[in-house]
Ligand binder design. Sequence first.
Ligand code: MN
Length: 313
Amino acid sequence: MGYPPPSPPATHLRAPIRVLALGDTHLGFDSPRRPRADRPRRGPAFFEAYLRALAPAFAGQVDVVIHLGDLLYRSRVPAGLQGQALAPLLALARAGLPVCLVPGNHERSALPYPLLDRHPDLHVLARPACVRLAVRGLRLIVGGFPFQREGIRPRFRALVAATGLLDTQADIRLLCFHEAVEGARVQGFTFPATRRDVVPGQALPAGVAAVLSGHIHRHQRLTRDLAGRHLPAPVLYPGSTERTSPAERDEAKGCLHLALGAGPTPAGRLLAWRFRTLSAPVAAQGPPRVLSGHPPAWEEAPVERAPGRAREP
Ligand SMILES: [Mn+2]
């Protein structure tokens, strides 16, 4: 009589993987290089929000950073602005923190970054692909694809398949994109499944711990479709990090912190999530204040090395 095979490692005892997810930072908004009118500009507030969102990553408090698209406010921007926008992400990548970036509609679905000063820990999902990370002894696979200008609905399932995410051995799988999902809400509108530019809820794959998306500027979490059926996976939108339109005045702005663990399936589990507020709704902020000054110098922020630093297998 033989012995039973050895048990797999008790992965549930391992520290959860800490993911920081942010999106729609729209850097460059209201930042004219040669302003024609002397009025307070909101541009610096966008950089401040971006850097405050990233602060826990610089402090060594997260294992992976995922930017869900619309890093920049439009697709054609001066090279200096591109460099300024990418610099914090590159600094984190150089310190050994994996950073994934999903191109959004304002990146014309393929970031215009010839300057990319590519770093192996900065992963740009400019085509359907998955990023294999080894974090805290677990295999975290991040699959995704860029924003689809021609409409996501007819091609969604094929794109998910093309990432290879669901065919890759994993302890935890995340699907990331920059699209509206059925049931997503913005001020005065709910996205129906029938639109060509919407992912129908039941088309989402079951084999992922969570779906993360940019594009919708209001933070929200979706667990059911518009018919009330459970979604195959929860969908989380961090929303934009700063207000881009008056329609967002009643929304809190921030980013998401996720704790992910292994098992019982290769999808892994979303153990916990938290929305970290960067700015409260306008009505709760008191009298308006003038936004001025310059973005804080990210270069001066040292990157502390997290104990569970990730390595590429
Ligand atoms: Mn956006």
